[in-house]
Design a protein around this ligand. Structure first.
Ligand code: NAI
Length: 480
């Protein structure tokens, strides 16, 4: 049984519904299920205490149960206040053999619509192991769990955390409050936890940026695998995943007809490419903004007009930020938009759209249409529609990426966990990518399900292009 109080979800009675959707998802996740089968006897994660901070969806439930099937002891939190699917969280807490009255699954701390205080409490609970200093592995998405451990260690070394009232954002104020409390209660908690951690596997572009930064400034405390930059992750999840879930989010939130509308996509990286295609598929006239001349040229060659926010702000009907950068749409921009313009972000953090600046406009009124859909009315009567309060709309307004694409991402995650946990001596502190042959393995695991017939190189052909018959087929610098 799960210890009462050692998990927190919205409603355990949703577990049966969650379990049914998990079973449907398993069939759509052939990569993950085949890894589960490959390692179910050897159980390479035996002894691993994996803390996960990643959107608590149905797909993530299949990941969690793969990690436990491989022997891991797991605790979980979501990495976004709006992204949890409550039925998936309930099913994970109850487990395949438990009942809502007798939950026997994994300690999970996640529900849809957490406050910032609750969000960081959940993250801390998932990092706190009964009878142990903490986890020995982190599986992160966006780097919040990794950040909390690092800040904890930094402030324990200094003997105190800064005054929360000096924090640069509401979110960081909450983190500082939490760390001040933990310093008072247990002054070595994070140092002792960090000493046990063999490594972190990071899911997304934004989290990976944070890891490289920490490594550059010498503060990274344990090795990391950059899962995002496996080809079978960023060139699939970021692109094809968003191609599916962006319009899903806009439709569920607003049900506006997208065809014929002018949609502005800010950023034409992997996510931006998927989003632009998704909107074009619905018949929108898509305009792209970029700072990088290569991506701008790509957008133009793909047939999109490339312009600036400044030029488009008064004419576009739908705005989507995909940059992973901050201050993309500012309050003054929103003030200039058309009546009922739709504004949403699909990048990892909520600083792409200046929500605080919007709220600070004198006379502006926020009204909830339904959870995660708000109108903001300006003093002149004009309204704009903001999705998921500026947080990632595909997970806030819809259910995120579908199973098949997440099977690629999570197969990479599982392999990365096995690598770092079982071969710590091969991974001194640094940020690594998985080797090409494992990337190709992940792709291979998904071919049969789509009826793909692969051509086999002859030995002569392989020699001619200088690759082994069985791969890897490309050099590390090949860009796909
Ligand atoms: P990327 O680095 O491939 O693309 C971002 C693009 O934005 C770059 O081409 C960059 O030049 C451009 N950019 C930066 N500042 C800009 C500005 N001021 N104006 C216009 N363009 C600008 O990154 P990727 O992989 O596309 O990820 C983007 C964000 O989406 C990240 O925060 C990532 O973590 C997140 N993400 C979200 C997912 C979701 O399901 N919601 C899935 C995968 C990633």
């Amino acid at each position: 049984s799960l210890t009462q109080g050692d998990f927190k979800v919205a409603d355990l009675s949703l577990a049966d519904y969650g379990r049914k959707e998990i079973q449907l998802a398993e069939h759509e996740m052939p990569g993950l299920m085949s890894i589960r089968k490959e390692f179910s006897d050897s159980k390479p994660l035996t002894g691993a205490r994996v803390m996960g901070s990643l959107h608590m969806t149905v797909q993530t439930a299949v990941l969690i149960e793969t990690l436990t099937a491989l022997g891991a002891d797991v605790r979980w939190a979501s990495c976004n206040i709006f992204s949890t699917q409550d039925h998936a969280a309930a099913a994970i807490a109850v487990g395949p053999d438990g009942t809502p009255d007798n939950p026997q699954g994994v300690p999970v701390f996640a529900w849809k619509g957490e406050t910032l205080e609750e969000y960081w409490w959940c993250t801390e609970q998932a990092l706190t192991w009964p009878g142990q200093p903490g986890p020995n592995m982190i599986l992160d998405d966006g780097g919040d769990a990794t950040m909390l451990v690092h800040k904890g260690v930094e402030f324990e070394k200094a003997g105190k955390a800064p005054d929360p009232s000096t924090a640069e954002s509401d979110e960081f104020r909450v983190v500082l409050q939490l760390l001040n409390r933990s310093l008072a209660e247990s002054p070595k908690k994070w140092t002792e936890a960090a000493a046990e951690i063999r490594g972190v596997t990071e899911e997304t572009t934004t989290g990976v940026h944070r890891l490289y930064e920490m490594h550059r400034d010498g503060s990274l405390l344990f090795p990391a695998i950059n899962v995002n930059d496996s080809v079978t992750k960023s060139k699939f999840d970021n692109k094809y995943g968003c191609r599916h879930s962006l319009v899903d989010g806009i439709n569920r939130a607003t049900d506006v007809l997208i065809g014929g509308k002018v949609a502005l996509v800010c950023g034409y990286g992997d996510v931006g490419k998927g989003c632009a295609e998704s909107l074009r598929g619905q018949g929108a006239r898509v305009v792209v903004t970029e700072v990088d001349p290569i991506c701008a040229l790509q957008a133009a060659m793909d047939g999109y007009q490339v312009s600036t926010l400044e030029d488009m702000v008064e004419t576009a009907d739908i705005f989507v930020t995909t940059t992973g950068n901050k201050d993309i749409i500012k309050a003054a921009d929103m003030a200039r938009m058309k009546h009922q313009a739709i504004v949403g972000n699909i990048g990892h953090f909520d600083n792409e759209i200046d929500m605080a600046g919007l709220a600070a406009i004198p006379g502006v009124v926020r009204d909830e249409v339904k959870p995660q859909v708000h109108t903001w009315t300006f003093p002149d009567g004009k309204k704009i529609i903001v999705l998921s309060e500026g947080r990632l709309l595909n997970l806030g307004n819809a259910t995120g990426h579908p199973s098949f694409v997440m099977s690629n991402s999570f197969a990479n995650q599982t392999i990365a966990q096995i690598e770092l946990f079982t071969k710590p001596e091969e991974y001194p502190i640094d940020v690594y990518r998985l080797p090409k042959h494992l990337d190709e393995k992940v792709a291979r695991l998904h071919l049969d399900a789509l009826g793909v017939k692969l051509t086999t190189l002859t030995k002569e052909q392989a020699d001619y292009i200088g690759v082994p018959v069985e791969g890897p087929y490309k050099s590390d610098h090949y860009r796909y």
